[in-house]
Design a protein around this ligand. Structure first.
Ligand code: DAH
Length: 336
């Protein structure tokens, strides 16, 4: 018996040296201390021993058992210390396998930061909204034909998925009053047939400035300043008439082509201009509905398509990849 125990202790001590992680620890523990282990078998043979041997081996078995437990735990602890040191070694090279921001997120943050520097506050509204904020407060009553242009998803509870970030206009006016400089980036939805340039889910950024004596010149100046920062070069803008029930007058804003700087190329179809963002002077009805005195204050607003801007900036020619989760298209902008 003495010999057997000696041999067992020697083997366990040798094998304990191989404990490198918790799995090794559990395996060795089960091998040397488990119900079917040699030690357990030896221990169960105690009942067949003489009283004298019982007195001698009983405490010895227990001592060996405790020693094994201590030894295995100690070896695991040592291994974990080594592993920790390895994991936190600051000199190891950083893995190249990391995520990157979505192109729309990058562009959205860029534009919002620029507007923040220009004194705009950032405001957000809900994606699930009601008819009032999305339409009625924007001078689009139930029967208005303009509703046809923005078909959306209606929910069982009578609410809808907002079709435009303009839905924040009334909320911001009521909450902060005039004067006001606010921008609101966010997700919008429309019931669209999907193709390379139409998605049912896209991002816009609403901008709005209300103060005394705000005119179209302020709109042009602000847009030029913002686009210059976004594209990191001088950008010219021009306004064409556009109809939006919540503007008077309303415009389509074009910017000089960012590829050819206005000289004419295939992107701008040789016109030198790219259609960028609808905008206009806020309709007096909309100001009044927001609790703002339209005889004292005026304002302009714009709805910048962040999805469109990201596509322009990163030369993505199919809008559908942006929501696809296809990493081949979405990674590689290398911004963390
Ligand atoms: N909300 C409009 C749309 O999605 C865009 C728009 C037009 C926003 C004119 C404005 C604006 O703030 O003044 O079609």
């Amino acid at each position: 018996m003495q010999e057997k125990l000696k041999d067992l202790v020697a083997r366990a001590t040798e094998e304990a040296k191989n404990i490198k992680n918790e799995a090794d620890y559990l395996n060795i523990k089960s091998k040397f201390l488990g119900k079917k282990s040699e030690l357990s078998e030896l221990m169960s043979s105690i009942k067949l021993m003489s009283t004298e041997d019982k007195k001698k081996f009983g405490p010895l078995f227990n001592k060996i058992k405790n020693e094994f437990e201590e030894l295995f735990s100690k070896k695991l602890e040592e291994a974990e210390n080594v592993n920790d040191k390895l994991t936190f070694d600051p000199t190891l090279p950083i893995s190249e396998d990391h995520g990157s921001l979505h192109p729309v997120t990058i562009v959205g943050r860029e534009v919002t930061n620029i507007l923040k520097d220009m004194g705009f506050m950032i405001f957000t509204g809900p994606e699930m909204d009601n008819e009032y904020y999305n339409f009625e407060a924007l001078n689009v009553p139930k029967t208005h034909p303009a509703r046809d242009m923005q078909d959306t998803y209606w929910l069982d509870n009578g609410m809808l998925l907002r079709t435009q970030t303009s839905s924040v206009q009334n909320r911001a006016m009521k909450k902060y009053g005039a004067p006001l400089r606010v921008c609101a980036p966010g997700r919008c939805f429309r019931n669209e047939d999907l193709d390379a340039s139409h998605e049912n889910t896209f991002f816009q950024l609403e901008g709005m400035v209300i103060d005394e004596n705000i005119s179209i010149s302020n709109l042009i100046y602000t847009m030029e300043g913002m686009l210059k920062e976004v594209f990191k070069k001088d950008i010219k803008v021009r306004l064409r008439p556009g109809f939006f029930p919540f503007t008077e007058p309303g415009f389509e804003l074009d910017c000089s082509c960012t590829i050819c700087d206005g000289k004419g190329c295939s992107t701008c179809k040789n016109s030198g201009w790219i259609e960028l963002c609808p905008c206009g002077m806020i309709h007096p009805n909309v100001l009044e509905e927001g609790g703002i005195d339209s005889t004292k204050y005026s304002g302009f607003a714009f709805g910048l398509g962040l999805t469109r801007l990201a596509m322009m900036k990163y030369k993505i020619n199919d809008i559908r990849v942006l929501n696809s989760g296809d990493l081949r298209h979405l990674e590689g902008f290398n911004v963390r």
